[in-house]
Structures are given as C-alpha cells and as structure tokens.
Ligand binder design. Structure first.
Ligand code: PXG
Length: 464
C-alpha cells in the first residue's frame, strides 16, 4: 500500500492548506504566498514530498522521531491497542494495563528515585502540570508562598499559557498576555554569543550563579523550582560550558527549591543515555518528557517525580488537575513498543559508540569553513554558528537572513536542517548510519557554501 497514492496536485493542496490551515509559529500570509511544503511519506531518515523529492531529515521530525520513520512494529502496537481498548480515562479511581506498564517502565528508566509518572499528551501539558504540581507540593508542606518558578531566557518549555511563560522567548511573551504571574528568568549559558572576553568556564559559572542571585533577590521562601533543559534545543542547541551544570546543581542543593529537568528533547537517547540528566550529571526532582518517548508516532508527554514529591502529593488529598488523554492507552502502547526497540536494538550504544563520534568528526570539520564560527555536537545534537567574521565571533545582525538562505539551500539539496538566528541546528534520528551522516555533512557544506556566496554578494561578510 502506498501511503497516499492519488493525492491532489501540490498547488491545489497548498491552496487548500492556505485557505483552511493555521500553522504554528508561522506568518500566514508569507506562507500562503509561497505554498507550504507537503510531506507525503517517510522511511528511516528520509522524507518524501508531494513532488516525489526525497530529503534527509536531520531534525527527526521536530526532535522526536528517535528510532526513525516507518517502523511497522509501532503501527502494529497502535492497531492492537485500538482493537483491545482504544480509550479509557485514568480519572475516577480507574486505570488500565498500558498506563500501568508504561509508568513502571519509565520509573525503571528514569534517574534516581524518580518513580512516579503523571501523564499528559505533550511537553507543554506536562510542563503545565509541573507548574501546578510544584506549587501544590509546597502548599501541602505549609509553604504556600513558594510559588515562583525560575527559568532562563531563550529556553523553550512549550507554548501553552503556563509552559509558554516558562519559555524565555521574548517574541512569545509579546503576544497573548504572557508570562503568567510568578515566573522569573535568568540568563542562558550561551558562551559563543554572550560570553564576550570571558573564558567559557568562567562564563558558565557566572551564568549559573545568576540562579543564586535570583533566589536571593526573590527570597528563598518564595521560590518553588528552577526549570531548565539539560541542553537547550529550540534555543539553538546550546551546549553549556562544563562548569555550568555542576554549579547549578550545587545551588539547587544548597537552597530549598526543586530542580525540574525538561528532557522533552534530551530524553530517550539523544545524548547517548536514556536522559540528558545522566549525561550531564544532573540530579533532578522532576523530569518532563514527550517527543522521543513515542518517537513522535503518537502524542504523549509526562512529568516524572521523585518518591518524596509523590509522597507529599499522595498525602495531600485530591490534586485537581488532569487531561482527558492522561495515560492514553494507544500512546502508552506505542511508547512501550518504542522503548522496547530502543533497548533491544541497542540504540543508545549505537549513539554512543558509532553515530555520535562520527557526527562529532564530520560536523566539527565544518568549523573550517570561512563563514562558520563554531561547530559543536553532543550526542546526536549539533549546531553551528554562521559568522561574517569568525575570529571575532561576530553575529550577522541581519535577522537571520543568511541562516534562512542556508536553510533554503538545504531544502533544495535534499536536507532538512533548522535555522535559529545565525545558528544552523540538527538533531537527526538516532538510528542514522555513518553513511547517512556523511551525506548529511556533505549536503550541509554545500548549503553553507551557497549561503556564503550569497552573503558575499550582498556585502554581508566582513572585509578582508
Ligand atoms: N520542552 C522542550 C524542551 C521542548 O523542546 C516542549 C517542552 C513542548 O513540547 P510540545 O509537545 O508541547 O510541543 C518542547 C517542544 C522548534 C520547536 O522550533 C521545538 C519544540 C516544539 C516546536 C518547535 O525547535 N519543542
């Protein structure tokens, strides 16, 4: 069976899309003028569009298709669960086997004593759960004034009112009345862009200590939690200096606040361990998961909390929170099958021993390009910074136009790579082979060359 054998011509699909479909984070008129790219099928690491063009998907969908596209086992798990029990809720003192099994499996995989799972359907929902949960937790302990959650500028934690408030993106806060009360932000550990003359380690310490300063400013009695991605994804794949997380951990330990690690992107193998917290030696009290837990095949998110948090919650009466699809049986069944595949196929070993070292070598070599200021990777995350004057780590200051040119050149050359400001970022499926990594790096270099040619012709490169 071909997936869509006789769809309408691309132009008609694009016109219908423009007429009826409002896209996330998109300028609707600009998209309508251009026509959306129509993806029709995918297999392994390769997407096919409505014109039959193939592209290597170096973004794993949206940081989520960890085991790659087209795995029949996940389709079969979903179909079998739909036949057995397509839906039942987990409210009103009820449960079902897929939710029980996945909660147990996640408790086994999660670091430390994070043994208790509150299900949602997305990362945004799970982070909204976290906001309510940590405030309820402190109230139950007789400290209702501990309500402030500290996050970071340029963090991404979702797009709902709560999770969008945790996100530290000014363009999001400019619309729709965000942030909600009692959310604070500190600086990000982005040495390349913001470190100036400091060395990276010194800068990492400085940015971590902003947490301690913010706690002092607000009063420890007011602060409920600190939330951070182990490695910022949507913010530009920002790999923090080595001093950063140990110092944050020290500060969280020294003060009475909870540490929430948002593992929505880092989780399920991207850093070479089940969780980014394990790769970066972080001891969170709560982790947020979504995306890779099902390899994106169906929506599922969750908050996983420690024994001591669960004990307080369970002893505090009703927690007045939940979603229709909390613990959706089909989502849980697909997640269980996905986790089985990651385990039995040794995907974490593949990342650690094969894919990540090869990516590091091929991606790192892009730093030799005259327009690339840095090119770094960790696990199956990588980013590079485009610069008109790499010795000065100078930004283009063009609103990301060169990076958008590069992104366009990638699409035209069979590669999906994302642009964030001056940065080009990737997070390919974890199952990617070394030959596919070679193709990825070759195509990325072609695109950087094309963008470089354009930047020169526009007079955007520094003289000399
Ligand atoms: N936390 C993190 C760390 C994320 O990356 C969310 C929470 C929210 O998850 P949901 O499932 O509600 O989308 C995310 C999502 C991008 C991009 O442009 C990144 C995400 C979502 C959409 C776009 O890189 N990350």
């Amino acid at each position: 069976m071909t997936l869509i054998s006789n769809h309408l011509p691309t132009a008609e699909l694009q016109a219908l899309d423009a007429a009826h479909h409002l896209h996330p984070f998109t300028d609707g008129n600009a998209l309508a003028a251009k026509g959306a790219r129509v993806i029709t099928k995918a297999s392994g690491v390769t997407l096919t569009d409505s014109e039959g063009r193939e592209m290597l998907d170096a973004m794993a969908g949206l940081w989520c298709v960890n085991i790659g596209y087209g795995r029949e086992e996940l389709a079969a798990a979903a179909a079998a669960q739909m036949r057995q029990l397509p839906f039942y809720n987990t409210f009103f003192q009820t449960t079902h086997v897929p939710a029980i099994s996945l909660a147990k499996q996640l408790a086994d995989l999660a670091p430390g004593d994070l043994n208790h799972v509150f299900f949602a359907s997305s990362g945004s929902e799970a982070n909204d759960t976290n906001i309510r949960l940590v405030r309820h937790y402190w109230a139950a302990l007789g400290k209702p004034e501990k309500t402030v959650i500290i996050s970071r500028q340029n963090a991404y934690h979702g797009s709902s009112m709560g999770s969008g408030s945790l996100s530290g993106m000014s363009a999001m806060h400019a619309q729709g009345g965000l942030p909600i009360p009692d959310i604070a932000h500190i600086g990000q550990p982005y040495w390349y862009g913001e470190g100036g003359d400091m060395d990276p380690d010194e800068f990492g310490l400085m940015r971590a200590r902003e947490l301690e300063e913010k706690i002092a400013e607000l009063g420890e009695n007011r602060v409920a939690a600190f939330i951070a991605e182990p490695i910022q994804g949507a913010g530009g794949v920002i790999i923090p200096p080595e001093t950063y997380w140990p110092e944050l951990q020290r500060i969280c330990d020294a003060h009475e606040i909870l540490l929430i690690a948002d593992e929505v992107i880092c989780g399920f193998g991207r850093t070479g361990n089940w969780f980014g917290s394990q790769s970066l030696n972080i001891r969170p009290d709560i982790i947020t998961i979504a995306k890779g837990v099902t390899s994106g095949y169906v929506p599922l998110g969750a908050s996983i909390v420690s024994d001591s948090i669960a004990e307080v919650l369970n002893g505090a009466g009703d927690f007045n929170h939940g979603y229709t699809y909390s613990g959706h049986p089909v989502g849980c069944a697909v997640a269980l099958e996905n986790l089985r595949i990651i385990t039995e196929e040794g995907i974490l070993d593949h990342v650690r021993d094969v894919a990540a070292p090869h990516l590091a070598q091929r991606w790192g070599a892009l730093a030799d390009h005259p327009m690339v200021g840095e090119a770094r990777s960790l696990g199956m995350f990588a980013s590079l910074a485009l610069s008109p004057d790499k010795s000065a780590r100078a930004p283009f200051g063009d609103g990301g136009a060169v990076a958008m040119k590069c992104r366009e050149a990638c699409f035209n050359n069979g590669l999906v790579m994302r642009a964030v400001g001056d940065r080009m970022i990737i997070s390919p499926p974890l199952c990617i082979t070394t030959a596919e990594i070679d193709t990825l790096a070759d195509r990325a270099l072609v695109a950087i060359d094309i963008a470089h040619g354009w930047a020169k012709s526009e007079g955007l490169m520094a003289a000399g």
